[in-house]
Design a protein around this ligand. Structure first.
Ligand SMILES: [Fe+2]
Length: 384
């Protein structure tokens, strides 16, 4: 959950007549999980139900790389092509029924369409770039190291101020971890970040008429519709459901005398997966500590890591922008020589930034991933 927030003009009471310049303002209850989940009340200049034309349906079923075997993978996003659009042409690399993990490279420019993801909340991690996120809730500037969390059903678009690269994680029930929140929703002492670190949208209202294209995404395709009023016609809203940003550089890792598990770095929880962030921190400081990860075999989980910046102590042959997928049932951990190297680093500063998605169900590898896969990676603990 995110705390109560309001922007713009609101009527004194919900569900009552609200006029602006003599015109009736239209109220929308925007909510998830029925009428007992999180929601916001939005006040539109025009009825939000107006659609001029239902345009085409475009299939977007992701093709699985069925002969990839069951093994660890290393994917190099540096080999991916640029996307034509950050929403319509994101490249899905790993997926299952709970999540789609995709990558986008895009040049400077403004999106020509408005977006709405009907099925999944979206977590964008900005690996590189500067972006103005525009939505019916308002605008947020994001740049390198920012997460942008967009609740499913939100209408939004992007202005890319420069070349940008984004990791996109789609999932249901993306929330701030429950153990960070007290019964009032405030983030408790000792949690990974504080309410103040969460950056909220600033409302900007567009009272405009014209031709606008909106695309509604489901898990297997896109429905295009045409509108004749600007979708960001909201003059005010309040509630608990809205997009927000959080910088990985505002995260507050708790470092240990001995090695801490990834759970210490949980940033968001979601339905059947968690997102953790490895951020700059001090290495473990016990005089005999092994300051990097031990070998591990989390049988019930698949683990994707995106390596964003800094020095990745436990890995060899990993570049910025690479993705690894470590499979439950196969053992993984520090690569040869990494433990020995780490022993001189006790108590020193480590500048790595990496995003981890750990899923409870197996991830499928897409045919796009096949094109950027390093088939020698499973043997990298032997051949080095
Ligand atoms: Fe791991």
């Amino acid at each position: 959950m995110v705390f109560y927030y309001k922007q713009g003009e609101l009527p004194k009471k919900r569900h009552t007549v609200f006029t602006k310049d003599g015109k009736l303002v239209r109220e929308e209850v925007f909510g998830i999980n029925g009428f007992s989940g999180r929601y916001s009340l939005l006040y539109h200049l025009n009825p939000p139900t107006r659609i001029v034309r239902l345009e085409e349906w475009k299939d977007n079923s992701i093709q699985e790389w069925k002969s990839s075997g069951y093994r660890h993978h290393k994917l190099s996003t540096s080999k991916l092509r640029e996307s034509n659009d950050a929403f319509l042409d994101r490249i899905t690399l790993l997926f299952n029924e709970d999540t789609f993990i995709s990558y986008v490279k895009t040049s400077e420019g403004e999106s020509k369409v408005f977006y709405r993801n009907a099925d999944f909340d979206e977590i964008y991690y900005v690996h590189e770039g500067e972006i103005l996120f525009k939505s019916l809730f308002g605008e947020i500037n994001v740049s390198q190291g920012d997460y942008l969390v967009v609740p499913r059903g939100s209408t939004y678009t992007f202005v890319f101020k420069k070349y940008s690269e984004l990791l996109v994680v789609e999932g249901k029930q993306v929330e701030l971890p429950k153990n960070y929140r007290n019964e009032y929703g405030q983030l408790v002492e000792g949690s990974f970040y504080y309410n103040r670190d969460i950056r909220l949208p600033t409302l900007r209202t567009y009272d405009e008429k014209g031709n606008y294209r909106l695309v509604i995404k489901t898990s297997n395709g896109f429905q295009f519709v045409e509108l004749d009023t600007h979708p960001f016609d909201v003059v005010g809203w309040d509630g608990y459901l809205y997009p927000f940003a959080l910088s990985v550089y505002d995260l507050e890792p708790i470092t240990g005398k001995l090695h801490q598990p990834p759970t210490m770095y949980t940033t968001f929880t979601a339905s059947n997966f968690v997102v953790c962030t490895f951020v700059p921190r001090l290495f473990d400081y016990h005089p005999q500590a092994v300051p990097i990860s031990y070998y591990h075999n989390n049988v019930d989980a698949d683990e994707m890591i995106f390596y964003s910046s800094g020095q990745f102590m436990s890995r060899r042959g990993i570049s910025k922008g690479d993705i690894t997928l470590h499979r439950g049932g196969h053992i993984h951990g520090p690569q040869p020589g990494a433990v020995e190297l780490s022993l001189n680093k006790r108590g020193t500063y480590n500048d790595e930034v990496a995003v981890m998605v750990e899923t409870q169900k197996r991830l499928k590898v897409s045919l796009y991933a096949k094109e950027i896969d390093d088939p020698s990676y499973p043997l990298s603990w032997y051949n080095y």
